[in-house]
Design a protein around this ligand. Structure first.
Ligand code: 1QQ
Length: 440
């Protein structure tokens, strides 16, 4: 497990380096109004139409991903920031997010981008902590001069970095922040990731459908992670208040833990019919493995942190049977999801998971909101601050037909989503491969 994470980190570092080399981002000085970062009046997005003479210096930004495709977008690319974890254990999620966002970049540019202009993703690695996220946000806002940011990966990171974007007037679309309180961070913060309150109860219900005899429930959560702390509250309320089950114990751990002997032993001593875990992928995967190794036979419900195929190499065959509620299904039959699924499979050779579907959706919302703003007022005539502000308003005003289904936003920026799913993990007997099988 350690080695696979290390390998993943190495791959992500390499990818980040490649991305950085390939991007040749326009330096701040390339624009006609090469203002200091703080005044931010010169969006690279505006350069081609506003100042054709500046184009040669900003050439890197003007190569759309799908430049050669028929009907593809052309002209100055509009930079959209992607601030997710490309390194650290959190890259188990971030890797999927990058993949989904890149499929969106290619797909929408091929469809004509933003009324003919391509978008360009600018990736900044947040790594797994708050400091890295703050750095990534500052760079995207002040140096890369993005119109908006998709990110970060964790709610824990969002509570630290989102206030910076909010203060700078830069729209953020959270692709995977599900803790209570995220949209309330500020006017510029919205999310396309359904909150724990909307998703988590479905998983408990599904467990009861599988085993109506469940009485005793043990809950475990990572106490150093904002999302896990938020999700466990919902799980515990669902167990005690909604279903009147017997909560026989609450165990805590850290997302950095690798030894779960104490927690697993406590679970076995309490002999629950159901164990519910709120943590991230590496820690939760090890916890599940050690629980099963010690002989726990009951059902396991996993929260959103167990919602990634990158969990499979951690608990291997012992991942089998974990029940997870999902905000996305690759099987959802809609034109946009079929297009996304096909493009993702062509590139990644596997079905897209929830974090990829959500990242695609976040980019899609930016593209469609940018197009709507552009129809009202040509983007090229807006300075960066005005563009970011108009974009933020439009994001909240729109309705979007996405791989997550039709979505819109509450005035605060929370997602309105109609459809949720339940998956159960099915592993091959040797644990070398697995899949989320949709049971509801
Ligand atoms: C959050 C989450 C994580 C599981 C995302 C990877 O839901 O931090 O809000």
């Amino acid at each position: 497990m350690k080695s696979s994470v290390a390998r993943l980190s190495a791959i992500m570092v390499a990818l980040a380096l490649l991305a950085a080399c390939g991007q040749a981002q326009p330096p701040a000085a390339a624009g006609p109004t090469s203002a200091p970062a703080t005044s931010a009046t010169a969006a690279p997005a505006e350069q081609s139409t506003a100042a054709p003479a500046a184009q040669p210096t900003a050439a890197g930004a003007e190569q759309p991903t799908a430049a050669s495709a028929g009907g593809a977008a052309s002209g100055a690319a509009i930079p959209i920031g992607i601030a997710v974890a490309q390194t650290s254990n959190v890259a188990l999620f971030g890797q999927e997010q990058v993949a989904g966002a890149q499929v969106a970049e290619a797909y929408f540019n091929q469809q004509g981008g933003v009324n003919g202009r391509p978008i360009k993703l600018v990736l900044q690695d947040t790594a797994g902590d708050e400091a890295g996220t703050i750095n990534a946000f500052n760079t995207l806002i002040n140096t890369d001069k993005v119109v908006g940011i998709v990110g970060p990966t964790l709610s824990q990171q969002a509570f630290a970095a989102d206030p910076i974007a909010d203060k700078a007037g830069v729209p953020v679309i959270a692709p995977s922040n599900t803790a209570t309180g995220i949209p309330q961070i500020g006017d510029y913060i919205a999310r396309i990731s359904a909150p724990v309150t909307a998703v988590a109860p479905h998983a408990v219900k599904a467990a009861l459908n599988i085993n109506p005899a469940i009485k005793k429930v043990m809950v475990l959560f990572a106490q150093n992670d904002a999302f896990s702390k938020s999700e466990t509250v919902v799980f515990q309320q669902t167990v005690t208040d909604t279903f009147k089950l017997d909560l026989v114990g609450v165990q805590t751990f850290q997302t950095t833990d690798t030894d779960f002997t104490t927690q697993a032993t406590n679970v076995l001593n309490a002999a629950p019919d159901l164990a519910i875990i709120s943590g991230l992928a590496a820690d939760s995967g090890n916890l599940v493995k050690q629980l099963r190794d010690l002989g726990y036979k009951g059902l396991i419900v996993g929260g959103n942190g167990l919602n990634s195929p990158n969990l499979f190499p951690v608990c291997k065959a012992q991942c089998d049977g974990i029940i997870v509620a999902q905000a996305y299904s690759y099987q959802a039959d809609s034109p946009i999801n079929n297009a996304f699924r096909d493009a993702f499979k062509a590139k990644q050779n596997k079905e897209p998971g929830q974090f990829s579907g959500q990242a695609f959706t976040a980019v899609q919302v930016f593209v469609e909101a940018l197009a709507a703003v552009d129809k009202q007022t040509k983007l090229a005539t807006l300075d960066l601050a005005a563009l970011r502000s108009a974009l933020n308003k439009q994001i909240l005003a729109g309705t979007y037909n996405t791989p997550l289904g039709e979505i819109s936003f509450t005035p605060e920026g929370d997602i309105n989503q109609k459809q949720f799913y339940i998956a159960q993990i099915k592993m091959s007997p040797d644990g070398s491969s697995g899949a989320f099988e949709f049971i509801e």
